[in-house]
Ligand binder design. Structure first.
Ligand SMILES: NC(=O)c1ccc[n+]([C@@H]2O[C@H](COP(=O)([O-])OP(=O)(O)OC[C@H]3O[C@@H](n4cnc5c(N)ncnc54)[C@H](O)[C@@H]3O)[C@@H](O)[C@H]2O)c1
Length: 354
């Protein structure tokens, strides 16, 4: 093993951790030395699969291991703040899964810890790291779409409440808005150039429950799937206003009487538009003719494995060079302000100024 390899501990060995384990394993600059999960068997199974020497059930013990330089946090949302802060103070760099945490106050404390310790913290906004999102950003940064004044995103599952902790508001912080809305809100905001959000007006609905009665249709499930408890919304929508006059409209669901699942990410500028999802296409005007331009690239839609590999490679590189990640803690905090503002708006039935 090269002495320069970044030594990684992965905390949380459930469903999404596989994409972290697989990506670190493929990185030439990192080596996974420890895994931790409350469930020892689950941690041991990953240790066996990925050839990892140290197994823990208490993250504090993992953090006390001086051989670990950096951690991936892949646990329930309600633990992200406490584990991130403990890891930073233990001298570890942190890659924390989305959402950064559950509340704005927690996000502020994480930001304070990053500033106090000088360690790297990267938020797992994986959609930013997809090659297609980076291509769109390159086009926007070079003025191809002009000024982006409107964006619109949907992530509608007709059946897809992952159950377990995801549907327990105490552990998740919310339903589809904080779980999948976070991805599409973040990628739009990032591509719009991170304008300052000033107000949100949202709705949440708890009309359909988790529809555990439905048969013959499979979906993403938490490692400890349990359909009994469901205290999260099944649909959320929002209009977000930005200081520069731009706006972003979003709707997301865990379940809805929709004909099919839908993913859409669309941005509109005064020189052109782009659909990043469901299939990348630019829209422009050439010699008085509206023209759709399809870039000739490997994938028409997000390549999830590639996006995770890019995210992990970027994290490893930032840890080694000290460079600030493209998804820093400040952006995690700003997104938490938006998400929590939307829940507050829905609860109060009015627009919330941020
Ligand atoms: N980037 C993405 O596209 C994406 C996709 C899915 C999930 N996620 C995020 O990843 C995180 C985990 O989601 P998942 O789908 O893997 O859930 P999961 O339920 O499958 O796994 C979570 C694991 O964390 C463990 N855990 C919880 N608290 C712990 C603690 N204090 N110490 C050690 N282990 C602990 C649980 O035992 C479980 O094994 C969540 O924050 C989720 O939002 C991100």
């Amino acid at each position: 093993m090269s002495i320069n390899k970044l030594r990684i501990g992965v905390i949380g060995a459930g469903s999404i951790s596989d994409l972290h384990f697989a990506s670190y394993t493929k990185s030439e600059d990192a080596v996974i030395v420890a895994v931790c999960d409350l469930n020892r068997e689950r941690a041991a199974a990953k240790a066996e699969k990925y050839d990892i020497a140290n197994i823990y059930t208490d993250y504090n013990e993992l953090l006390a291991n001086p051989e670990i330089d950096a951690v991936s946090i892949c646990t329930w949302n309600n633990t992200h703040a406490e584990i991130s802060i403990a890891a930073l103070h233990a001298g570890k760099h942190v890659l924390v899964e989305k959402p950064l945490c559950k509340t704005v106050e927690e996000a502020q404390r994480i930001q304070d810890a990053v500033r106090e310790t000088g360690k790297i913290l990267q938020v797992g906004f994986v959609r930013r790291y997809d090659t297609n999102a980076q291509l769109v950003k390159h086009f926007i940064d070079n003025g191809q779409l002009g000024e982006i004044y409107y964006a619109k995103a949907s992530c509608l599952r007709r059946l897809g409440n992952p159950g377990g902790w995801f549907s327990d508001v105490e552990r998740s912080g919310g339903g589809p808005l904080i779980d999948i809305g976070v991805h599409v809100i973040d990628v739009c905001w990032y591509l719009m150039g991170k304008p300052k959000p000033v107000a949100v007006s949202g709705h949440t609905y708890n009309k359909l429950g988790n529809r555990k009665n439905v048969k013959n249709l499979s979906f993403y499930k938490a490692a400890d799937y349990d359909a009994e408890r469901n205290t999260v919304e099944d649909l959320a929508n929002v209009l977000i206003r930005f200081e520069n006059g731009a706006s972003l409209m979003v709707d997301v669901s865990f379940t809805l009487h929709a004909k099919k699942d839908e993913i859409a990410v669309k941005l509109y500028g005064d020189k052109g538009g782009v659909e990043l999802e469901p299939e990348i296409v630019f829209v422009t005007e050439i010699l008085d003719t509206i023209t759709n331009v399809t870039p000739q690239i490997n994938n028409k839609s997000i390549d999830i494995n590639g996006a995770f590999q890019n995210e992990i490679n970027h994290f490893v590189s930032c840890c080694q060079t000290g460079e600030t990640p493209i998804s820093p803690v400040e952006d995690g905090l700003e997104i938490m302000k938006i998400l929590c503002g939307i829940y507050e708006s829905a609860a109060k039935g009015q627009e919330i100024r941020l």
